[in-house]
Design a protein around this ligand. Structure first.
Ligand code: 2IT
Length: 445
């Protein structure tokens, strides 16, 4: 029998100074502990110890030359967390906050998220503490080349398939893929999020944001409601936020905020026109990491240094980075009448804020369920590459919709309490965990 606190104390001892990883594991362990203790096979297989230890952690040096001719050195990592269900799959993050601990949390989360998609993908994550902020296109190219020169030794279309994450979009995937091909001489589906003419899938750029709105739509239609007319706060302004605001608009909701490290904007008319959506892409491409130019361009309010959770809304979608919505934010949202929180960034909601929302019976969708559309369409990109053909956007979109609705159904099945409140966090963790744990038992230690 497992006991949560002694298991966690041991985990903490083995993984010192990796607070985000500990936080992610605690959330899963609290959700699945009864399922594990009710199953002698899981206990006999020491499933919790084995599922919380990455298969492999690769750490390397990335040397590159900046525009002044100075040599720069960054850390590079790939965490191959668990391949029970398929090749390691998960994004690369280029951001100043990247540490081994943050990539371990992301790789761990990815394992269960990928399981929820029902596609054959294991979990992995990688990246670097390199910050694209203020860097030129040429510097980003040189960094990507150097990063892939080392990473290419450890990845492959049937072993480990990276993709984008924060700081890694279509441009960076292009540079990384170019270098992989230069070294290996192979055109394979070794990365996803590729360009449309060279193996990329339609709908992949939009998929995370579209998927999160399909998931939210399922949450609402489950209780006879709909997205139409909902007032929404979104944080971030990057790829995920971009897809989310476009689909929210299409579903008849109004997104009134987006944000950056510099603050947030309130657009009472809604971030709703194609022009505004295109401007978000320009902001991302500028490498400046600020949202204020949106307020200047579209003549709306900019609130410096603050987060958008103080704006009264019906639904909140954290779309930026982990732990971006704290306890005070959760209290403000609830007292302002917010009815749903849909985590679109990975672990966007702090642990105490999540507990507060669940105690107050506010439906809280965890990132590993709500944002799984991104990696799901990556999985569909792998299928297309394996068949050497392309699907239409209608085909990809209908598969994405189906996957999100099936993830929602799994959360409802495993997470509905006696009082009818759906604990989506618990539901997603149990549903994602079972499949990985069963595969590990079947495959032996
Ligand atoms: O967090 C995520 O699911 C991603 N960054 C996407 C990973 C992928 O392999 O598409």
């Amino acid at each position: 029998m497992y006991e949560i606190e002694s298991f966690m104390a041991d985990l903490q001892r083995r993984n010192p100074a990796q607070e985000e990883f500990i936080q992610a594991v605690r959330e899963v362990v609290e959700s699945v502990i009864d399922v594990v203790n009710d199953n002698p096979q899981y206990i006999g297989n020491r499933i919790l110890e084995r599922i919380t230890e990455p298969d492999r952690v690769i750490s390397f040096k990335v040397e590159w030359e900046d525009d002044e001719g100075q040599i720069q050195v960054n850390k590079g990592y790939r965490v191959q967390f668990n391949n029970a269900l398929g090749p390691y799959k998960g994004g690369l993050r280029f951001h100043s906050s990247v540490t081994l601990g943050s990539l371990k949390f992301l790789g761990f989360e990815q394992t269960f998220k990928n399981s929820l998609t029902s596609l054959p993908m294991g979990g992995g994550k990688g990246g670097s503490d390199f910050s694209p902020r203020g860097r030129s296109d040429a510097e980003i190219l040189r960094f990507c080349r150097s990063f892939m020169t080392e990473l290419c030794k450890y990845i492959g279309p049937d072993t480990d398939v990276p993709a984008g994450d924060i700081g890694v979009g279509g441009r960076e995937i292009g540079y990384l893929y170019g270098q992989y091909k230069r070294i290996k001489g192979e055109n394979t589906g070794v990365l996803t999020g590729k360009g449309l003419g060279w193996g990329g899938s339609l709908v992949r750029p939009e998929a995370t944001g579209f998927g999160t709105m399909y998931f939210a739509n399922e949450m609402l239609s489950h209780v006879g409601d709909s997205m139409a007319g909902k007032r929404i706060a979104v944080s971030g302004f990057g790829n995920v936020a971009w897809g989310a605001v476009m689909k929210a608009t299409e579903l008849g909701a109004k997104v009134v905020t987006i944000s950056g490290p510099d603050g947030y904007i309130i657009d009472e008319e809604g971030v709703s026109t194609p022009e505004k959506h295109a401007f978000m892409l320009q902001l991302r491409a500028s490498n400046n990491d600020v949202v204020k130019p949106y307020a200047d361009r579209f003549k709306c309010q900019f609130v410096p240094g603050r987060k958008p959770w103080e704006v009264p809304v019906d639904m909140a979608f954290p779309c930026a980075i982990q732990n971006e919505l704290g306890l005070e934010d959760a209290k403000t949202l609830v007292s302002n009448g917010c009815k749903y929180v849909v985590e679109t960034s990975n672990m966007g909601v702090c642990a105490d804020a999540a507990s507060y929302l669940i105690e107050h019976e506010v439906p809280l969708a965890p990132g590993k369920a709500a944002n799984a559309g991104g990696v799901a369409v990556s999985g569909l990109e792998m299928s297309q590459n394996a068949q050497h053909l392309y699907w239409t956007s209608a085909e990809v979109d209908s598969r994405l919709r189906h996957i999100m609705s099936q993830i929602h159904a799994a959360c409802v099945k495993e997470g509905t309490g006696d009082d009818g409140y759906i604990n989506y966090v618990k539901g997603a963790n149990i549903a994602g965990f079972r499949k990985v744990a069963d595969a590990m038992c079947q495959q032996g230690y």
